[in-house]
Design a protein around this ligand. Sequence first.
Ligand code: MN
Length: 484
Amino acid sequence: MTKPVSEQSEHLPQGWEMVIGLEVHAELATESKMFSPAKNEFGAAPNTNVHPVCLGLPGTLPVVNRKAVEYSIRIGLALGCEIGRCVWSRKNYFYPDMPKDYQISQYDLPLNGEGELELPSGLTIGIERAHMEEDTGKSTHVGESGRIHDAGYSLVDYNRSGVPLIEIVSKPDLRSPAQAKEYVEELRSVLVAVGASDGKMEEGSMRVDANVSVRPLGSDELRTRCEIKNVNSLRSLTRAIEYEAKRHVDLYDAEERPVQETRHWDEEAGRTRPGRSKENAEDYRYFPDPDLVPLEPSAEWIEEIRASLPALPKQRRESLMALGASALSAGVITQRDLDTLALETVELGADAAKVLKHCENNLADEQASQLDAPRFAALVKMESAGELTATQAKTVLAEMLESDKSPADIAAEHGFEAMDTSELEGLVSKVIEESPGEWQRFCEGDASVRGKLQGFFVGQIMKATQGKADGKAINKILAEKASS
Ligand code: MN
């Protein structure tokens, strides 16, 4: 477990480091909303998934969605959070897309307390809390800029009003835009793995706000931060953090200081702009919601949920690393959801290194998840037996994704016959005879000369066989001939 250390930011002048904390809102994948029976569904016609509760009509009362609580506990367990008694609080503020004029959230007693998330790079990022709340509706400001200030009118869609959310708040442990990106990617993988959210940033079901400040390198002070909203892609997130941190350093250099405020990221202009000056918690007049009793999940229920959790991305990467994958390729393969396929294929006796290599380099295709282990194993075994070269195997694999044919049939259609060793030896001898000078230098040269000439000979033989020869077999024959 490694905590991030002070590091000079590559994006900032010498002597400065970034301090970044992220607040990630994720919509939970429930059928209905947090406190009402209206459908929780993306993309429906505006104002069709509504109910008196999520429209804030007088006389209605909220009823907690049990599934939403279960999903939140799944997330809490995956993040190693302390899970306990929590209280629903009203967060009061006015906005047209929030018809009750308050959002039901959790304040001093969240469902999930402190936890942590280990990133693929090995860094461990602290989690402050992961509380439940309801989403607001969605306003569309109709005007040239899409901003409220110069809009002719605004439209409100209450389909999103009351959708269950989890807000995961990290500690200010992140030190670079790259780490922030890695954190969001890993968190997204965890949410998807436990089945609690679809994690689709492009549909707004996962939204990230970044708290950014800077400080002199190595200091442990926390200076004034700004909260950047409106970042809806990982690219925007890294750009926004970089821009904002630079802005803070420029202010300090000019002997000014940043003011604590919410800022919006303007993707086109590539800059942040001030939004409302940041409210403090007191401004929201939080108080316990009198319509809802405190929620205290039983230890039994929590253990039942814990027992049903699938392997988390970290454990899945570790299984691949046990087969010899590097941390990086284990990450790529797990992200593509190909780790189960890889494990099953190796289980069937296929060479692990070759399986991992194909998963990382040749199976970026979306259809790859439909490949079944027995066919994949059959291909890798043909390759290991020297019946297919690496290049041929790649070609066959690509076609296996398009059809149900066996790798042997596809190889036969291409005329990828096994080139037998004596035939290959004959070819190698012929090429050696045609290039006596190169051969002499190959036999007498040091490792670097040999390496270059090996490339030359393999190239000649590949040319003569239209790429059907196996590079490794050629190297073996060359080495044998040189030492005899
Ligand atoms: Mn929130």
